[in-house]
Design a protein around this ligand. Sequence first.
Ligand code: ADP
Length: 399
Amino acid sequence: MKVLVLNCGSSSIKYQFIDTKLSITLAKGMVERIGMSSAVLTHQPHDREKIRIVGEILDHTIAIEYVIAVLLSKNHGVIKDKNEIDAVGHRVVHGGETFSGSVLITDEVMKALKDNIELAPLHNPPNIKGIQAAKELLKDIPQVGVFDTSFHIGMPPHAYLYGIPYELYKKYKIRRYGFHGTSHRYVSQRAAILMNKPFEQLKIVTAHLGNGCSMAAVCNGKSVDTTMGFTPLEGLLMGTRSGDMDPSVILYIMAKEGLSLSEANTLLNKHSGLIGISGESSDMREIEEAVAEGNKKAKMAFDVFTYRVKKYVGAYAAAMGGIDALVFTGGIGENSSLVRKNVCSNMEFLGIDFDDELNNNVKGECSITKPDSKVKVFRIPTNEELVIALDTEKIVSNN
Ligand code: ADP
C-alpha cells in the first residue's frame, strides 16, 4: 500500500510518501511558512535530487495541493496518478481519553477530535485542518488518525492521576496523557525484536530525547507510565521547556514578575529548559560545544538534563519491578554519545554494563552494552512516519 503520511503544524506540514510493502519512503518533504507569500516547499524523492520551491501558500489546503502536485510532477514526482495514493495517515497530537488506538476518520471521529481541541489548543486545530484539506482534495481516499497519546492511554490510574481534587479530573479531564507514543511504541517493539524475545514479556524503558523529550515505562508491551503529562511540559528537561518542578514556583514567579497567564506559559514552554539554564542554546550540539569550551552554565544545563533521564530510568525500573532494556532515540538519544554515557554511568548496580567503544561507534539500530550485560541498552533511530503508514495500512485493510 502507498500511504501519504501528513504531520500538520500551524504553519508547516511535514510529509512522507511510503510504500509499506517495500518499507521505503518514496519521497518526503516539508512545506514551511504556510500563510505567507514566501512559503517554502522542500521535496526529496528517494532516487533524485532534493528540490526547493518558493511561492505563496496561504492555507493548509493549498499546501497539500502543492504536495500532491509535486508527488505527481514529471521531473520530481513518484506517481503518475492521484489514485496511486491508497490512503492518508495523519499524525494527531491529542486523542484525549477517547482514542486508545489509531482510527479511520469518520464524521464521528472528526467531532471527537474537535471536542479534544481544548486539551491541545496549539496542536489539534492544525491537525484537523490538515485532515479537512486532505479529505477535500482526495475525496474517496481513506484517512486514518494516529495519536501521540494513544499508546499511553492504558496507563493505570495511579500513574495518570494528579494529586488534585478528583472532581477536577472528572470535570476537565485533567490527568496525565503522555505524548511521543508512536515513537515509544516503535522503539520498544524494535528492542524486543533485537533481543529476540516476546514484546509482551519485557520491561523496557524508552527515552525519546529530541527538542521535546519524554520517557516511557513499557511493561509487557504496554506503556504503564510516561514523563510527559497533561501537556508536553512535564517530566524531563527539554530544549526550551522546564519539565518537572514545584507548581508553586510558577505562582511565585508570576507574583514577583507580574506575569500574565500567557507570559507564564511562554516562560515555561519557550524560555526554560536547556536555553533557560545555559542562556546559550536550546540545541544539545551547541550545549555540548559550550561545555567543551568550559562554559559553566552550559555544563549545569547538561547535568540537569542527563540527571533527570537517569533518575527516571531508576524510577521506571522500580515501577515495573525490573528492567530488561533501555532504549535511546530522538535527535539527542540517537546522536549524543555523551548524553548516553552520562545517563548510563554508575548504573552497574542496576545491571547495565556499558560499552564505551560501542557507544562511540553507533550505526543504525545497535546495542551499546557488553554482551553479558543483564540490562541491554540500545540506540534505535525512531521512525514515527513508518508506524503511521503501517497503522494506516492495517486499519484501511480491515475496513
Ligand atoms: P524534534 O524533537 O524537533 O523532532 P530532533 O529529534 O531532531 O527534534 O532532535 C533535535 C535535538 O537533537 C537538538 O537538541 C539537536 O541538538 C540534537 N542533536 C542532533 N544531532 C546531535 C549530535 N550529533 N549531538 C548532540 N545532539 C544532537
